[in-house]
Write a protein that binds this ligand. Structure first.
Ligand code: SF4
Ligand code: SF4
Length: 221
């Protein structure tokens, strides 16, 4: 089964949503809709892992459909995937979130803290996409951002007992799946009869579609 045909259709919708975020800069109440996203993603992750990231995230969709066309598709440096870097990113964004919530961001002024929080989601999504996700996506793999995204990291933390995984049986060690994976996960599993249980796995099924021997498959366990 080719999962990517279906995934691509969903991701075109996600890309349109990503572009529509710009309207949120002018109407902060729109941010209330986007405030729900981290909660939905984290709730899903307990069962499906980072399925949200792999299939629905508007920013991830945009990186897949648009930035992948101009990306150099180079391996992601280990440092960008390290816990240290994830902590740095999460701390910076949490600090910015607190300032916005307290009303110190001159671009996000509103009576309601809830609207300020929602507007921050849109504001920070646009800023980080322009300044970090797009440049890194061009230099390395398109979804380099997803290796350290704080919302993604939160999902990884809740993904330990997920039931949806990718299983490899009788691997021929050709390495194609490792090359295609958006965040360089399968290289540690090549040659093993194993379930890809890396908490950062996006469950995007790119590796499943890429395997020329059809020995990599989704599994519910
Ligand atoms: S290991 Fe497979 S399912 Fe997981 S992120 Fe990589 S390509 Fe997607
Ligand atoms: S593409 Fe298939 S055969 Fe090749 S390394 Fe990956 S799981 Fe093994």
């Amino acid at each position: 089964m080719k999962f990517q045909n279906h995934r691509k259709k969903i991701q075109y919708i996600g890309t349109v949503v990503m572009f529509s975020l710009v309207f949120g800069l002018f109407n902060h109440k729109l941010g209330l809709v986007f405030l729900a996203i981290p909660f939905i993603a984290v709730l899903l992750s307990n069962v499906l892992g980072r399925f949200w990231c792999g299939w629905f995230c508007p920013r991830g969709s945009f990186l897949n459909t648009v930035i992948s066309k101009i990306s150099r598709h180079k391996k992601i440096p280990k440092f960008l995937k390290s816990t240290t870097f994830k902590v740095i990113m999460a701390t910076i964004l949490l600090g910015m979130f607190t300032l916005a919530l307290l009303g110190y961001n001159p671009l996000i002024q509103d009576e309601s803290p809830l609207v300020r929080a929602g507007a921050f989601m849109i504001f920070v999504c646009i800023v980080t996409t322009l300044l970090i996700a797009i440049p890194l996506g061009i230099i390395y793999k398109p979804r380099t951002w997803c290796s350290f995204c704080p919302v993604g990291w939160l999902q990884s933390a809740f993904s330990k007992d997920r039931i949806l995984n990718v299983e490899i049986k009788d691997c021929k060690e050709c390495g194609i799946c490792a090359k295609e994976c958006p965040i360089d996960i399968p290289e540690d599993y090549i040659g093993e009869e194993d379930i890809i249980d890396d908490a950062d796995c996006l469950n995007c099924m790119v590796c499943v579609d890429a395997c020329p021997f059809d020995i990599s498959n989704p599994t519910i366990k």
